[in-house]
Design a protein around this ligand. Structure first.
Ligand code: ADP
Length: 431
């Protein structure tokens, strides 16, 4: 097919055509005039083909190009072929688009596509139900004109969409939405809105339940502990009951500490609106921590404090202290007697770093990511022996979250661990 329209073949046809006129010229003895007439005829024919093509391109309603002959046959057929290719591609794109739209409609969340100026390009049906958009009337509208909320406008302006935004629904004050924005393609944005009212209610119920149960358990446990102590004091030292009574006391003490920890965790979780303006006198706090650590270490460990002076920060003292205490007591509990624990509080480039390093048992790599989960313990037997509840690091995580910080853990089995966090520069005093 292609060879029929090759340049050499067209050239040969042109030469053949001229030859015919040359022969006629020889016969009538007017060779030049005959060739000129041939050329003019050829130009005229080409002009007619161009006119047909122009007419078809701009005026004709027919989809197929005109039938061509000679060198124009290749051009018309080529255009026809391109047309077919284009039609197939458009068909493929249309089916892809409709499949994408069907997929987006099947999403359990509201989805809205925005351009770089935050104008709405497309939204699914759930967006119309959840966000109250009217389609197609809202096509091209700026999204912050439709979702009128200062928090949402501020979120859009920042351009940082790593964290989702929680927002009351524009349709009902009782509904809570979680909004996520993802950029893709040519500075376009995909907005996903999910109704989290139910999840939020359940989370609230869970927190309330844990706080209430822990609180209600406190009194019976104290009574139990009191009676156990009395019973133990009433028994002879060599009585058979001494051992079970001692065990019962140990377990009630464990339960009491767990209940205490649960209450602390509930309080810390609840205190999302803590006052970060208050100044913590770190020097005074570290002195108290040092005394507590010495009491816990009971001369069996080497505990060293390397702290920079006058390095204070803003935040909630109870929470920061709780985080530091947990890390220090863990270091002592999970290090064999004779081990060394170093506590540091130093300025670093991004803020002030608190770290507790020990040369204790260490933690295998597969556990490190899960240590801050509630009740997660690497070795249950050991944790029980040391009085652990599995809540300490969960408390640390929540306390640090409120201070724009997170726990960093490095550890090697049998070599030791380092637990650290950085209080960011904007929470430091006079820095
Ligand atoms: P627990 O009350 O059981 O100590 P935590 O939440 O404080 O609970 O700690 C979770 C687990 O992390 C512990 O059970 C322990 O196995 C491990 N862990 C914490 N700190 C250390 C440490 N300094 N060295 C080794 N293991 C640790």
């Amino acid at each position: 097919m292609l060879r029929a329209y090759s340049g050499s073949r067209l050239f040969l046809r042109f030469v053949g055509f001229l030859l015919v006129f040359a022969v006629i010229g020889i016969v009538i003895d007017q060779i030049i005039i005959s060739i000129i007439v041939g050329c003019i005829a050829l130009l005229g024919w080409h002009y007619r083909q161009i006119t047909r093509l122009n007419y078809w391109l701009w005026k004709d309603r027919k989809l197929t190009p005109p039938q061509g002959t000679g060198s124009w046959e290749g051009i018309f057929n080529g255009i026809y072929r391109l047309q077919g290719k284009n039609r197939r591609r458009v068909g493929q794109l249309a089916s892809l688009l409709s499949r994408f739209r069907q997929g987006a409609e099947a999403l359990p969340d509201a989805a809205v596509v925005l351009d770089s100026d935050h104008n709405i390009l497309w939204c699914n049906k759930l967006a119309q139900l959840v966000l109250g958009f009217v389609w197609p009337q809202d096509n091209g509208q700026r999204i912050d004109n439709l979702i009128r909320h200062p928090d949402f406008s501020a979120y859009l302006k920042t351009g940082k969409f790593n964290e989702p935004l929680e927002l009351t629904s524009p349709l009902s004050e009782n509904r809570l939405l979680e909004i996520r924005l993802m950029s893709y393609g040519d500075r376009q944005l995909l907005l996903i809105a999910r109704d989290i009212t139910r999840i939020n209610q359940l989370e609230g119920m869970r927190k309330e339940f844990v706080a209430n149960v822990s609180h209600e358990l406190k009194t019976p446990l104290t009574v139990l502990q009191g009676y156990l102590e009395i019973m133990q004091s009433m028994e002879e030292a060599d009585s058979m009951n001494q051992k079970p009574l001692k065990l019962m006391q140990q377990q009630t003490r464990r339960m009491q500490s767990m209940v205490e920890q649960l209450l602390v965790l509930s309080r810390i979780e609840d205190g999302a609106d803590i006052d970060l303006e208050k100044t913590i006198n770190m020097q005074a706090m570290l002195d108290i921590l040092k005394d507590e650590a010495s009491a816990l270490a009971m001369d069996e460990y080497e505990v060293e404090f390397q702290c920079e002076e006058h390095l204070d920060c803003h935040g909630n003292e109870v929470q920061i202290r709780s985080a530091c205490t947990n890390l220090i007591s863990n270091a002592i509990r999970y290090t064999e007697p004779g081990g060394k624990i170093t506590v540091r509080w130093q300025q670093v480039a991004s803020g002030a770093k608190f770290s507790v390093t020990d040369n204790g048992l260490g933690i295998a790599a597969q556990h490190i990511g899960r240590l801050t989960e509630r009740f997660y313990r690497v070795d249950n037997a050991r944790s029980s022996k040391t009085g652990g509840s599995g809540l300490g690091l969960a408390i640390v995580k929540h306390a640090l979250n409120h201070h724009y910080s997170e726990l960093h853990i490095t550890s090697e089995l049998e070599k030791g661990s380092c637990f650290s966090f950085i209080i960011p520069s904007h929470l430091l005093v006079n820095r």
